[in-house]
Design a protein around this ligand. Structure first.
Ligand SMILES: CC(C)(COP(=O)(O)OP(=O)(O)OC[C@H]1O[C@@H](n2cnc3c(N)ncnc32)[C@H](O)[C@@H]1OP(=O)(O)O)[C@@H](O)C(=O)NCCC(=O)NCCS
Length: 172
């Protein structure tokens, strides 16, 4: 039997175009009908290959999951941006191209990001999801996250609910 090689690794400059493609496909799939169309197009247009290239060059914490030499998804993470919530790390983004969803890759990327945060003194983490993104909400609940905050986010003239999930110390 021939098995495809799956690896999670730090992004490299030459990955920028493929990450931009994953971002584009995953955001359209996840947010069409959730984020107002014009805003969604604007958000996707901002994140072209140049944007990703700069993020990689800046040394942002950005990992990709590679499946058979294609980038199937990515995760970005760092320090929690909401100081009054008692979590050290934050998973900023976790996205898989639609054809790679439901295969366990999301869990692998999540675990890799969580482990890297923990190894860099951020043992607990927080992640925000739009409440209408049912797939993401179910996924974070399934992975053991608990709802720690509800808030709203503005998209143009419209507001959407978002939920923060907290994850305890990975080694506790
Ligand atoms: C959300 C997302 C990252 C999940 O990744 P995935 O690879 O599809 O999920 P996995 O296959 O790793 O599933 C992990 C667990 O979550 C569960 N799960 C995943 N999607 C689910 C869903 N829609 N409903 C219920 N459970 C779900 C799986 O059953 C699995 O549990 P198990 O291992 O105990 O059986 C992925 O679907 C995705 O990229 N979606 C679009 C973008 C997005 O919404 N990103 C999050 C933004 S905050």
């Amino acid at each position: 039997m021939v098995e495809a090689l799956i690896t999670v690794r730090r992004a490299r400059s030459q990955d920028a175009k493929e990450i931009a493609d994953v971002h584009d496909a995953a955001w359209r799939d996840a947010y069409r009908g959730v984020i107002p169309g014009r805003e969604l197009e604007r958000m996707i247009a901002r994140r072209g290959p140049d944007w990703w290239h700069q993020a990689i060059e800046r040394g942002s914490r950005l990992v990709v999951l590679e499946f058979d030499e294609s980038i199937a998804g990515y995760a970005t993470y760092g320090r929690n941006r909401v100081p009054n919530l008692p979590y050290q790390g934050e998973l900023f983004e976790l996205y898989l191209a639609p054809e790679f969803q439901g295969l366990g890759f999301g869990r692998r990327l999540f675990q890799a990001a969580r482990r890297d945060l923990s190894d860099h003194h951020y043992p607990t983490l927080l992640v925000w999801a739009l409440a209408d993104n049912v797939r993401a909400v179910n996924f974070y609940e399934r992975l053991g996250g608990t709802v720690v905050r509800r808030a709203q986010e503005r998209f143009g003239s419209e507001m959407r609910d978002r939920i923060a999930f907290g994850f305890k110390d990975i080694d506790a």
